[in-house]
Design a protein around this ligand. Structure first.
Ligand code: MLT
Length: 232
C-alpha cells in the first residue's frame, strides 16, 4: 500500500514536470527510487535528453544503474527542477528531510533548482512538523563538534539530540560528506518559529546543515491509500 502510494506520486511528478533538455536534481531516499525508474522509462520511450545531478551516493548509483547522463553542480550550477522525497511535509510545505542521511547535498541541489518537487506517501503529510515524524530533526555536524552541538541545541531549544548510529557497522553513521548526524527530538514548536530556529541552529559552530527545508518546496505530490494523488 505505502510502496504503491510512493510509486504513484513519483510517477505523476515525473510525468508532470520532466521536459526535454532539462537539467534536473535527483534526490535520495525510498520514494526517489520510483522517480528515477519513471525518469529512465520516459527518457527511453520519448527520446528525451536529460542531465542528472545527484544529491547522494545513492542517487549516483541510481543514475548509473539506469544509464542516465550524470553531471554535477560544477558543470551545471543551475537546475531546472529537483525531485526529492521528504520525511514530513507540513501544511505550508515546509519539510523535514534527512531520514536517509543525505540532507546537506539534498539542500544544496534543491537550492540550485528553479523548482523543488517533492514526492511522498500519505504517511508524510502533517499539519505541523513533528506530528507524524517521530525520529527527530536530522542535523549534519562535523564529527568533533557533535557533543557540543547536542548540548547547545538542548540548552537553547529543549528536547533531546541523539547521535545517529550506523546499522551495519559499530559506531556512528557517517554521511556522504564524512560527517555525523544528530537527530533532535524537539519539543512542541509553533510553526512560525521554525524559520528562526533553523537560522539559529545553522549558526552553531560545527553544524553543517539541518534537515529543515523552509519555503523551498514548489509542489508536493502525495500518493494516497485509495490510489489517488493529491498535489499541493
Ligand atoms: C530524506 O529526505 O531523507 C528522504 O528523501 C525521504 C525519503 O525516503 O523519501
Amino acid at each position: 500500500m505505502v510502496e504503491e502510494a510512493k510509486k504513484l506520486a513519483a510517477f505523476a511528478a515525473i510525468d508532470d514536470h520532466l521536459k526535454n533538455n532539462m537539467i534536473i536534481g535527483v534526490g535520495s531516499g525510498s520514494t526517489i527510487v520510483y522517480a528515477v525508474e519513471r525518469l529512465a522509462e520516459k527518457i527511453k520511450n520519448d527520446g528525451l535528453i536529460v542531465t542528472c545531478v545527484p544529491t547522494s551516493f545513492q542517487a549516483r548509483q541510481l543514475i548509473t544503474k539506469h544509464g542516465l547522463i550524470m553531471s554535477d553542480l560544477e558543470r551545471n550550477p543551475q537546475l531546472d527542477v529537483a525531485f526529492d522525497g521528504a520525511d514530513e511535509v507540513d501544511e505550508k510545505l515546509n519539510l523535514i528531510k534527512g531520514g536517509g542521511g543525505c540532507l546537506t547535498q539534498e539542500k544544496i541541489v534543491a537550492s540550485a533548482a528553479k523548482k523543488l518537487i517533492i514526492v511522498a506517501d500519505f504517511n508524510k503529510r502533517a499539519i505541523k512538523l513533528g506530528e507524524r515524524w517521530k525520529k527527530g530533526l536530522p542535523i549534519e555536524v562535523i564529527p568533533m563538534s557533535y557533543m557540543l552541538v547536542k548540548r547547545k541545541i538542548e540548552t537553547m531549544f529543549g528536547g533531546e539530540a541523539t547521535l545517529r548510529m550506523a546499522q551495519a557497522k559499530a559506531g556512528p553513521l557517517v554521511t556522504d560528506n564524512s560527517n555525523f548526524i544528530l537527530d533532535w527530538k524537539f519539543p512542541a514548536i509553533p510553526k512560525e518559529e521554525w524559520k528562526r530556529i533553523n537560522l539559529e541552529i545553522n549558526n552553531i559552530a560545527g553544524v553543517v546543515e539541518t534537515g529543515l527545508f523552509i519555503e523551498m518546496a514548489t509542489q508536493v505530490y502525495f500518493g494516497n491509500q485509495d490510489g489517488t494523488i493529491t498535489v499541493v
